[in-house]
Ligand binder design. Structure first.
Ligand SMILES: Cc1cc2nc3c(=O)[nH]c(=O)nc-3n(C[C@H](O)[C@H](O)[C@H](O)COP(=O)(O)OP(=O)(O)OC[C@H]3O[C@@H](n4cnc5c(N)ncnc54)[C@H](O)[C@@H]3O)c2cc1C
Length: 514
């Protein structure tokens, strides 16, 4: 049995944020995540650190929160944020009156938006639609979610907290009208352990309804399924948004060596509904090319979907696109008379720190602890020198030491040392775990060349035995194919045929032991 003050369920951005905030306030904390960290919506999002511009006309309160948190995260998590800047552009046919309202709303919300004119926008971003009418710059940025979540988890452990990956809550311990922790199963060994806690926080995102039901509570999270596609290079330097009411396919985000076009919003009650219909992808590419015509000429690498955990009290069944992106903290003592149990839901990745602050304030109130939140000032491990992430940082590092290390993944410049370090510092059960830790296989070849190399190195170094590594290669290829089917057209079909030939023809992975 494990005893703690605070049990956090869910290892997405919200959960690690809550655990870190609690640890910084001196509380004993245990976080459990049933998969790897950031394997839920946090690892399936668009990658935008919002300035708030997207929401400013429709939901000014959320927009203001985004701007405030954007400023804080640039300071405390510098190494996770690339300062790409952002543009809002009016493409031909867009309502220019919306743009007037946008400028006024940004001024009201404290978002630094500046009209730069079409010519200047095209000078900065030559791949934008040449007929664009107006353009505004805003302080949007790109955020590396895996770095951010990893840094929060490291900080929790550094401060004496515990982070248990691949530990699933199978039931909540409910005694005398209060949740007193959870029964947790280790996915690898199958062992079950009781984690007894004074307060349990559900940060389970789209799965919050399932967890709440274990305590007899009712939380109806409305899922908003959104698809995204990765394109094979950076088409723009800045984040590009279409200047109109939020709609489908109107944001392009540069992300390391590629860029991501998104997204859609389809209502679903199934948190595991991450299907990617091929017709949605085709529509997204068509819509996106109205903003950046070059999208048509780029190669689509992969498509995936994530589920927004949206919440609205007394939900009227409105479309998920119209539900607020505001955060919601549910205290089940006040709602259903079940003590020791909070659910934090809604919000965005950009506001994860604020969501954690609000939650841990409530935890402290329940526990009678008087400890202020310090997460807006305490730097995350890795961001000490204040340098923001740059896309060329791995290349610069490589150029300083040209001869010292073998490169495993050319697209993302993952070296042998980076791979083996990542394998040594976490429980590795899949090559996807190492992908999240290092970006292995995330570039234009999608693992075709680097995965066989990585597998050989992991086996040779004893990080995985040969049958385990063979099984991991098969699982990786299968997972990548899921993201490949909906985009199996044109040049990408040829690339995937090549990858398929390498894995199934040259390596014959289906017949390797394991
Ligand atoms: C398509 C799309 C695009 C988006 N783009 C952006 C963007 O660009 N910028 C932005 O700021 N926000 C964006 N968002 C919103 C943002 O991604 C989410 O709000 C945020 O990631 C939610 O994080 P979370 O930690 O609350 O949930 P999650 O990341 O889903 O974490 C919940 C975790 O709980 C775990 N869990 C569930 N049940 C159990 C259990 N029984 N035991 C143990 N663990 C359990 C899950 O495995 C999961 O890892 C986007 C969302 C979507 C869907």
């Amino acid at each position: 049995m494990i005893e703690t003050q605070v049990l956090v369920v869910g290892g997405g951005a919200t959960g690690v944020g809550v655990a870190r905030d609690a640890a910084l306030r001196g509380l004993r904390v245990v976080l459990v995540e049933r998969h790897d960290l950031a394997e839920g919506t946090t690892g399936r999002f668009h990658g935008l650190l919002h300035s708030g511009g997207r929401y400013v006309v429709k939901d000014p309160r959320s927009a203001r929160e985004c701007m405030d948190e954007n400023r804080i995260l640039r300071r405390i998590a510098a190494h996770c944020i690339e300062d790409t800047g952002g543009l809002f552009v009016c493409t031909p046919g867009d309502d220019e009156e919306y743009a007037d309202g946008f400028v006024a709303a940004c001024a009201e919300a404290g978002i630094e938006a500046e009209e730069i004119g079409a010519a200047e926008a095209l000078r900065r971003e030559p791949r934008l639609h040449p007929g664009l009418a107006r353009a505004f710059s805003v302080p949007d940025a790109a955020v590396d979610t895996w770095r951010l979540v990893g840094a929060c988890a490291d900080d929790v452990e550094r401060r004496g907290g515990t982070v248990l990956r691949r530990h699933e809550v199978v039931s909540l311990i409910v005694e005398a009208d209060a949740v007193r922790g959870a029964l947790v199963r280790d996915a690898r060994s199958g062992d079950e352990v009781e984690v007894r806690a004074e307060m349990t926080v559900s940060a389970t995102g789209a799965w919050a309804g399932q967890l709440a039901a274990m305590a007899g509570c009712d939380v109806h999270v409305r899922g908003g399924r959104g698809i995204m596609v990765a394109l094979n290079h950076r088409l723009t330097h800045a984040v590009v948004n279409r200047c109109r009411m939020p709609s489908d396919s109107d944001i392009l985000v540069p992300a390391h060596t590629v860029c991501v076009l998104g997204t859609t919003d389809v209502s679903t009650d199934d948190p595991d509904d991450t299907a990617v219909p091929a017709d949605e992808v085709r529509q997204m590419l068509a819509d996106g090319s109205e903003m950046v015509p070059h999208i048509r000429a780029a190669r689509v690498l992969r498509a995936w979907a994530g589920i927004r955990p949206l919440y609205s009290e007394g939900d009227t069944g409105a479309a998920t696109r119209d539900l607020t992106r505001d955060l919601t903290l549910l205290d089940h003592r006040e709602r259903e008379g079940v003590g020791g149990f909070l659910t934090i839901t809604g919000g965005k990745l950009t506001t994860f720190r604020l969501m954690a602050e609000v939650t841990v304030d409530a935890v402290c109130e329940h526990l009678g602890v008087d400890a202020p939140c310090t997460t807006a000032d305490e730097l995350l491990p890795g961001s000490g020198d204040g340098h923001l992430l740059t896309v060329g940082e791995r290349l610069a590092e490589r150029e300083r030491n040209l001869h010292d290390e073998q490169i495993v993944c050319e697209c993302e410049l993952v070296t042998r040392g980076m791979l083996l370090d990542a394998a040594a510092t976490r429980p590795v059960v899949s090559l996807d775990d190492l992908r999240r830790a290092t970006r292995l296989g995330m570039g234009p070849c999608q693992g075709g060349f680097c995965i066989p190399r990585a597998a050989g190195l992991l086996a040779a170094a004893g990080a995985m035995d040969a049958p385990a590594v063979n099984a991991a290669v098969r699982a990786f290829v299968e997972e990548r194919w899921k993201g490949g089917w909906p985009i199996l057209e044109g040049r990408q079909a040829r690339q995937m045929r090549l990858d398929d030939w390498m894995f199934h023809g040259a390596l014959d992975i289906d017949h390797l032991p394991g």
